[in-house]
Design a protein around this ligand. Structure first.
Ligand code: HEC
Length: 148
């Protein structure tokens, strides 16, 4: 009886350790899946074409919107170093990084600017559709100017 008890004890300690280990991996995996999960526009939104033609005027309009609404976080050149950036719980990323930006369609960027993703605000109400498409043209230019 006694021996059995200590055997049981050992087995339960071992299985507790195994369970704890399993939880640890599960939690670790979940964290990495979450970190890796992209903030992605639904396919339909990503496919939308930019209805605003790309020209000096639309880029200039987009730039004005950017300076007014986006620069405080994303920074003058788009590197994510605006005056407000250091107070955010998440980095605004680097909009000048062509590798990061090029895979995004205009529709995808438009959707992100429309919806926001805390702490990035939603501009659904504060900017018109045209203004959001214009700022998409402008931020594309930031990436093609070559980042670092
Ligand atoms: C309050 C700070 C803040 C302001 C203002 C802001 N953003 Fe952001 N933005 C962020 C943060 C933080 C992220 C990263 C969000 C994430 O990855 O979940 C982000 C992400 C983005 C992305 C997505 C980049 C990617 O990884 O796909 C784009 C595009 C963008 N912002 C454009 C804009 C534009 C355009 C404006 C102005 C109209 C703007 N942002 C205003 C903080 C801000």
């Amino acid at each position: 009886m006694r021996r059995n008890f200590s055997q049981y004890f050992l087995i339960s300690v071992l299985s507790l350790l195994a369970v704890a280990g399993a939880f640890k991996t599960a939690a670790g995996e979940e964290a990495s899946v979450h970190a890796g999960s992209e903030w992605k526009a639904p396919a339909r939104a990503a496919k939308k074409q930019n209805p605003v033609s790309l020209d000096a005027n639309s880029v200039a309009q987009g730039k004005a919107v950017y300076i007014r609404e986006c620069l405080s976080c994303h920074g003058n050149s788009g590197r994510g170093d605006g005056p407000q950036a250091k107070d955010l719980e998440k980095s605004p990323g680097n909009l000048t990084n062509a590798e990061m930006m090029n895979p995004h369609t205009d529709g995808d960027l438009f959707w992100k600017i429309t919806e926001g993703n805390k702490p990035m605000p939603s501009y659904k109400k504060t900017l018109s559709d045209d203004e959001r498409w214009q700022v998409v043209h402008y931020i594309r230019g930031l990436a093609s100017k070559k980042g670092d």
